[in-house]
Design a protein around this ligand. Structure first.
Ligand code: UDP
Ligand code: MG
Length: 327
């Protein structure tokens, strides 16, 4: 029988946790009754250094019902790292894991279909939003264009899929071999391979609380995604360099012709404009290269990607957990 672990990263989610945990409890129980998952399946909440009472709520849930487990990270490590902490803990105990956000934007009912596809032999099942009617216009447009840009830049991701997905134990084991510090899970998971499937669902509004991804964080997430999956921006700089070199040859010929035909003009405007234009391009190019060098710098340090302060679980799981090193 399949032991399912649902992994939920939580950052300041006190408003939604009571409802999320209740709905997950019902869902897990119905799956157990239907015989699709084993009775010792679990829901693991990963507290990502919340400043509100999120961890207290998780502790209480665990005390009341062994279905709920908790991982407390030593500080806020970011959504992707929190998710990884949960998945890397789960991989040693579960047969299959599903990751989802705490805010109930992902339709819990898609879990049934995910499990069915897993039983039918899929190792990875992606939850894909069929529409984003409830997202704000701004969020929808920025997010959808982000997926298109990623694709154009050669970073393969599943269109309109975030981090709501099912992964089999062996896919998790393989994921653990991707040691990158600059983590962009939705780009790495497709690299694992195996048979994968897609489940469509409608994205709902956040149940309560507000988004933990304000514009600034969203943009840096986008830059992270592109630069950690693709080197195309650097190649584009090279092409740009060639293009400018070509233009400069044309300009050289043009100015020599002007010079020898005696048409030399003061030319202040063109000089100043070109200095600024070229200067700007050089700065942008250096910035892009710097982005990659920064990434290389961080990767070479090989720092742990998350630090678990505390794992709340029954003795058996805790024993398994203690045997493994988690980074
Ligand atoms: N989250 C996290 N650490 C962070 C930021 C977010 O664990 O530093 C969690 C958050 O609690 C939620 C999920 O990541 O479960 C997605 O965040 P959110 O729903 O705010 O993002 P949005 O749906 O607005 O893009
Ligand atoms: Mg959300």
């Amino acid at each position: 029988m399949n032991r399912l672990f649902c992994v939920i990263p939580c950052y300041n989610e006190q408003e939604v946790l009571p409802e999320t945990s209740e709905r997950l409890r019902q869902k897990m129980e119905s799956l157990i009754v239907k015989g699709k998952i084993s009775e010792d399946s679990r829901v693991v909440f990963v507290n990502d250094g919340s400043r509100d009472s999120t961890w207290e709520i998780i502790q209480k849930l665990h005390e009341e019902n062994p279905l709920f487990q908790g991982i407390n990270l030593s500080k806020n490590m970011g959504h992707q790292n929190a998710l990884l902490a949960g998945l890397m803990t789960a991989k040693d105990m579960c047969d299959v894991a599903i990751s989802m956000d705490a805010d109930l934007q992902d339709d819990i009912n898609a879990i049934d279909e995910m499990i069915d596809k897993f039983i039918d032999g899929a190792d990875i099942v992606y939850g894909v939003r069929s529409k984003r009617a409830t997202d704000t216009f701004f969020k929808r447009v920025t997010a959808e264009n982000f997926y298109k840009l990623m694709d154009y830049l050669g970073a393969k991701t599943v269109y309109n899929h975030a981090d709501y997905r099912l992964m089999s134990r062996r896919a998790l084991m393989d994921l653990s071999q991707f040691g990158e510090v600059n983590l962009f899970l939705r780009g790495i998971v497709p690299m694992i391979g195996y048979k994968s499937e897609v489940v469509y669902y409608e994205r709902a509004e956040r149940f309560a609380g507000e988004s933990k991804y304000p514009l600034g964080k969203m943009l840096s997430f986008a830059v992270q995604g592109i630069t950690s999956l693709s080197t195309k921006p650097i190649k584009m700089i090279t092409s740009l360099g060639f293009f400018i070199f070509f233009v400069s040859i044309v300009v050289l010929i043009y100015s020599l012709v002007r010079h020898y035909t005696g048409h030399t003009i003061p030319g202040w405007t063109t000089t100043v404009l070109s200095v600024w234009a070229i200067g700007g391009l050089i700065m942008i190019s250096l910035g892009v290269i710097g982005e990659y060098i920064g990434k290389i710098y961080l990767e070479t340090k090989n720092r742990p990607r998350f630090i678990i302060e505390n794992y709340l679980a029954d003795a058996k799981d805790k024993g398994i957990f203690d045997k493994h090193t988690h980074r």
